[in-house]
Design a protein around this ligand. Structure first.
Ligand SMILES: C[S@@+](CC[C@H](N)C(=O)[O-])C[C@H]1O[C@@H](n2cnc3c(N)ncnc32)[C@H](O)[C@@H]1O
Length: 408
């Protein structure tokens, strides 16, 4: 495949980097890495000086860099990170375990037993797929990344299920696999890439590869406009603990639908394009405010949430839903609203003082105010907590004060 704007250019892998990584896999390298388990980055200078008495300086530098990457990767891979290997790009681009495991279960549920992971990186997805018992051909064109993926498969006891192949994805014949998964590189030398045709491989290539397989999924940026989503796929936005992590295009399941999946609970809301509800009507602010999850908003399913809670929007352009009743939904966080004020810092300050609010959560949608600056200006003191929404109600800048609604 033609080189794509320098996105993860294979020539970028420096042979010295490969040699340094291989040194970490020797008994000596592993012993050194074990010594760095849980090291405190603040003590690195002293530590490095001590370690250089017993190990070669290049090995110490490589091990310290790897130990730092393991610490960074713990947010994505949890306890596994301490046994895994990474590259800086590899950590950045890898799918976190929660999302990869969810997707692997979906593939397994479709009856998939073998899968070609085209653009495997350090193996975030391949590992989760193998843990579901799926045999994975993991392909990446970057030599160091492939070595790291192999080391990860071995470190996690999955080497029998993961075959790592260093190749351009365009060279791979996927016809003997039950499924294809493509996670194109979306970062280049100059940062994040927004044009899907500038991904490596380009989105149009990935779509073509997906269409040839009985089952397929493509991971894409959550910001993909709905117009860019092919008509016959299921576009799923995935959030984890309230943060939108990615979008996935599924081929062969729920054709022509948009959906949102919220992890860790795994609740999924979806609708066929043809039957999606129109935008909810605006209405006056009621006793409760619902903040839909970001994945629900990206999937354009706010109207479905509004219907479920018997509510409407506070403003035609703002994705806050309001209703007079409290309804439990996994797709939105609910708040009880106690006060509605026109946007006025002094009035808010007076109200918070009167209510003895010492802890303030600031949320905003449709307001340019910086939450941290607002919090400073409030000079908070007191034993109570509150949430303030800086937003617009029927076009007017407004502050809504309240607190999380009781659950259960
Ligand atoms: C987003 S990362 C994959 C991350 C992976 N899913 C994970 O969870 O660890 C994309 C990878 O695609 C590889 N890549 C980009 N273009 C490629 C191509 N044409 N052939 C093979 N690999 C390619 C890059 O080297 C990079 O490692």
């Amino acid at each position: 495949m033609a080189d794509n704007g320098g996105v993860n250019d294979p020539a970028a892998t420096d042979p010295a980097g490969l040699a340094a990584f291989r040194a970490l896999l020797t008994d000596e390298g592993r012993a050194l890495l074990a010594e760095l388990h849980d090291h405190d980055p603040a003590d690195e200078l002293t530590l490095a000086t001590r370690l250089r008495r017993s190990y070669a300086p290049e090995l110490v530098s490589a091990a310290l860099a790897q130990a730092r990457l393991r610490q960074r990767a713990a947010v994505k891979f949890g306890a596994d990170a301490a046994r895994m290997f990474f590259t800086p790009n590899g950590v950045e681009q890898a799918t976190r375990t929660s999302v990869a495991a969810y997707r692997a279960r979906e593939f397994k549920g479709l009856g998939v037993r073998s899968l070609a992971d085209l653009c495997c990186g350090i193996g975030g997805d391949a590992i989760a797929l193998a843990r579901e018992g799926i045999a994975v051909l993991a392909v990446d064109r970057d030599p160091l990344t492939c070595e790291v993926a192999r080391a990860n498969a071995e470190a996690l006891g999955l080497a029998e299920l993961i075959e790592v192949r260093e190749a351009d994805v365009a060279e791979i014949d996927t016809s003997s696999y039950d499924a294809v998964f493509v996670d194109p590189a979306r970062r280049g030398g100059r940062g994040r890439i927004f044009d899907p045709e500038a991904y490596s491989p380009p989105l149009s290539w990935a779509i073509e590869a997906a269409r040839k397989a009985p089952h397929a999924a493509l991971k894409i940026a959550p910001g993909i406009p709905h117009e860019a989503v092919p008509d016959d796929v299921y576009a799923e936005w995935i959030s984890d603990s309230g943060d939108v992590k990615e979008a996935v295009l599924w081929f062969g399941t729920r054709p022509g639908a948009f959906g949102a999946t919220l992890l860790p609970a795994g609740a999924s809301l979806w609708s066929a394009r043809a039957t999606m509800l129109p935008d909810p009507e605006p209405r006056p602010v009621g006793r409760f405010l619902y903040e839909p999850d970001g994945a629900v908003i990206r999937a354009h399913l706010v109207a479905e949430v509004a219907k479920a809670v018997g509510g409407g929007l506070i403003d035609p352009m703002i994705a806050y839903v309001t209703s007079d009743g409290l309804h439990s939904t996994p797709y939105a966080t609910s708040y009880e609203i106690t006060d509605q004020l026109p946007f006025n810092i002094k009035k808010l300050k007076a109200l918070l003082r009167e209510r003895e609010v010492g802890i303030l959560t600031v949320k905003k949608r449709g307001s340019a105010v910086e939450p941290e600056e607002l919090r400073k200006k409030m000079k908070l003191r007191g034993r109570n907590s509150a949430t303030v929404f800086l937003t617009r109600v029927a076009g007017a800048p407004t502050m809504l004060v309240g607190h999380p609604a009781p659950t259960g």
